[in-house]
Design a protein around this ligand. Structure first.
Ligand code: ZN
Length: 125
């Protein structure tokens, strides 16, 4: 099975067609082509659905939180909880349990939160 980890679809010209690409390139990732963006996206959907061997995985963000004053992050991929000694906040880290790179949402309490939360997590349950 081929697993493509991605959070975005890139749109670009390829000759005189629009390419909708998931992944770094067409070799590692998967793409769709069309005369306009809707056609390219529809072709991308068809390509993904037709290939039972390919799965697109959208990595979740970890949530950082304080427990007894200690900053912690839980890996969304494997559930491992990492204690972040010496940090006021965490943006990203490599999970020591599963080895995945994990992006981290800003602290919910807002004490070190200068940036608005990303849009992509608005629809989480
Ligand atoms: Zn992990």
């Amino acid at each position: 099975m081929r697993l493509i980890r991605a959070r975005e679809i890139k749109l670009m010209w390829d000759g005189n067609q629009i390419c909708a690409l998931i992944g770094p390139d067409l070799h590692v990732g998967v793409g769709g082509f069309g005369d306009d963006v809707p056609d390219a996206l529809l072709d991308l959907v068809g390509t993904i659905q037709a290939d039972d061997d390919t799965t697109v995985w959208v990595p979740r963000h970890a949530v950082q939180y304080r427990e007894d004053g200690v900053l912690k992050c839980q890996c969304p991929e494997c559930g491992h909880i990492r204690v972040m000694h010496g940090f006021d906040r965490v943006i990203a880290y490599i999970c020591p349990a599963c080895g995945e790179s994990v992006d981290v949402l800003p602290l919910a309490d807002g004490e070190h939160d200068d940036e608005p939360p990303p849009d992509e997590d608005e629809h989480r349950e």
